[in-house]
Design a protein around this ligand. Structure first.
Ligand code: FAD
Length: 491
């Protein structure tokens, strides 16, 4: 049994923000992460962080834009908390050493992204924002934070609605049992459940599945944002072509060079992501190739070094002015129901970042609001812990008899998810996929806890993927109307 006062699962912006705030107060934090510490979606983020800090802006505008993008399904109080707390938290982050890009006057440079009424997105190293943010957050950690890499959380330790830690296994196959006063899920989203995704390979819905097995309430799982522009060659996705490229003047065209967003939405290429993703998808389903025409974007390679290197690695030269694109799974608006301080329905279990659903994103996320969510709500969770001392009882581990059934491959899960609960959904197909998933329930009734010794880390990951896939399909089937990222086509 290993002891941890505060145990954080994951090492993205949510996890590092909580840990960084807590270690300032000399609190001991153990961070456990599945891969290397920079392996997370946060490191991959390109566009930036939205925050009402420019002279023309006001957090009330940020509030209105966030609510509009989320189709007003957002929790208004959570949104207000996010946008009003953001300027102070970002200023504090800058004071801690974070350097964001500046304009020619030496002031913060604000970029434009879809559905923002004005330039509001701060960035670092052009499109290297996520990596720069993660690196700074890691620099801010003190020796009070222990980071355990290549260790996968298998299951939460829960009894009678209370969580007292986690069971993990490292890459040498050694199992660890932790007791913690506070157990924080910061495991990110579910992108790897889909065949085409912008997400890191470690993002397989583990947090969602573990929280479900722990009996935590989940919320809005049907809302999955597909990014319209993944660099795509011969049907394979190779990385994200940031929306900021469209903000800077990139336009979506077909093989004949005709604009595909003309007449579809008044904001054309900067329409909300679900609208653009559906339009690109509709064209690709017809067998057409879609390109991002960047010929009008000045200094593209300088402004977008990450996109440039992803393109060049795969034989696409941005100087030719055209990048082949298709949509891919990008962000999960739903997740483990949590307050803005990270409290879940399970005592002792907290959730922050993309794995949490605080209601800020509603039915669709406003671009660049998720790095913000991680850093702002990470601070609020740390503040909560600092002001709420807690000793959590250590329950003895009870043996679990249930063992895994044989599972489908990742490729099979991904293919089913895209066809049955992808960008466009059909009621009948959602019922079909629910039946398909049910055959993998170990006891025939539910995706219950399993004996951790009966499955390898890879098998546990697959089990988490079928669990999360099933839960997403169930939520999608229950929501009968199209709204935001949940789009149902009548048969
Ligand atoms: C390519 C790309 C570009 C993006 N661009 C932007 C942007 O410009 N602006 C913006 O606001 N948002 C952007 N996003 C979204 C944003 O990056 C994420 O929503 C955000 O970083 C999520 O942070 P997080 O801390 O919740 O999770 P992540 O950063 O995804 O971290 C999750 C961590 O949990 C670990 N983990 C998962 N399962 C386990 C397990 N079982 N055991 C142990 N560890 C586990 C993972 O390895 C990882 O370290 C982008 C996302 C992608 C993929």
């Amino acid at each position: 049994m290993e002891e941890a006062d505060i145990l954080v699962i994951g090492s993205g912006i949510g996890a590092l923000s909580v840990a960084g705030q807590l270690c300032k107060h000399k609190r001991k934090v153990t961070v456990i992460t599945k891969g290397l510490k920079k392996a997370c979606n946060s490191s991959l983020a390109q566009g930036g962080i939205s925050v009402a800090l420019s002279k023309e802006d006001d957090y009330h505008y940020h509030y209105e834009d966030t609510m509009a993008a989320g189709c007003n399904l957002n929790d208004p109080e959570a949104v207000m908390k996010l946008v009003s707390t953001a300027p102070g938290v970002i200023k504090e982050f800058i004071e801690s050493g974070m350097v964001f890009d500046k304009d020619e006057k030496g002031e913060l440079a604000f970029g434009r992204e879809a559905a923002h009424r004005l330039n509001r997105v701060i960035h670092a190293g052009g499109d290297k924002t996520g990596l720069r943010v993660v690196e700074q957050l890691i620099r801010n950690l003190t020796t009070d934070v222990t980071v355990k890499q290549n260790e996968m959380a298998l299951d939460l330790r829960v009894k009678d609605g209370k969580c007292c830690g986690v069971i993990t296994r490292d890459d040498k196959g050694e199992k660890h049992i932790y007791h913690a006063n506070y157990t924080i899920l910061a495991t990110g989203g579910i992108g790897q459940l889909y065949p085409s995704t912008s997400n890191d390979v470690t993002i397989t819905g583990d947090g969602l599945a573990m929280a479900y097995r722990a009996g935590a309430k989940l919320k809005n799982l049907e809302f999955i944002q597909f990014h319209p522009t993944m660099l795509t060659i011969d049907g394979n996705a190779y990385g994200l072509v940031s929306e900021a490229c469209r903000g800077a003047g990139g336009i979506l065209v077909n093989e004949k060079g005709e604009r595909i967003m003309e007449g579809v939405h008044p904001m054309k290429d900067l329409a909300p992501r679900d609208v653009v993703a559906r339009q690109v998808y509709a064209h690709t389903l017809k067998g057409e190739k879609i390109y991002l025409d960047i010929s009008a974007v000045k200094d593209f390679k300088k402004k977008f070094p990450t996109v440039t290197s992803i393109c060049e690695e795969h034989g696409v030269d941005p100087d030719d002015g055209k990048i082949p694109v298709a949509p891919g799974a990008h962000f999960h608006m739903g997740g483990v129901e949590a307050t803005t301080e990270g409290l879940t329905s399970v005592e002792g279990l907290y959730a922050v970042g993309e794995v949490a659903c605080t209601g800020v994103h509603g039915a669709n996320r406003l671009a660049s609001n998720s790095l913000l969510e991680g850093i702002v709500f990470g601070k609020l969770l740390a503040d909560y812990i600092l002001t709420h001392p807690k000793k959590t009882e250590n329950f003895p581990e009870e043996p679990i008899k249930t063992k895994l059934k044989s599972l489908p491959t990742k490729a099979e899960i991904r293919e089913k998810m895209m066809e049955f609960v992808g960008i466009v959904r059909h009621e009948k197909k959602m019922l079909d996929i629910l039946d398909w998933f049910k055959q993998y329930m170990p006891n025939g009734e539910d995706f219950t806890r399993i004996d951790p010794d009966s499955a390898t880390n890879e098998e546990t990951e697959l089990y988490n993927m079928v669990t999360a896939g099933y839960l997403i399909a169930k939520a999608a089937f229950s929501r009968k109307e199209s709204i935001g990222a949940h789009f149902i086509k009548e048969d």
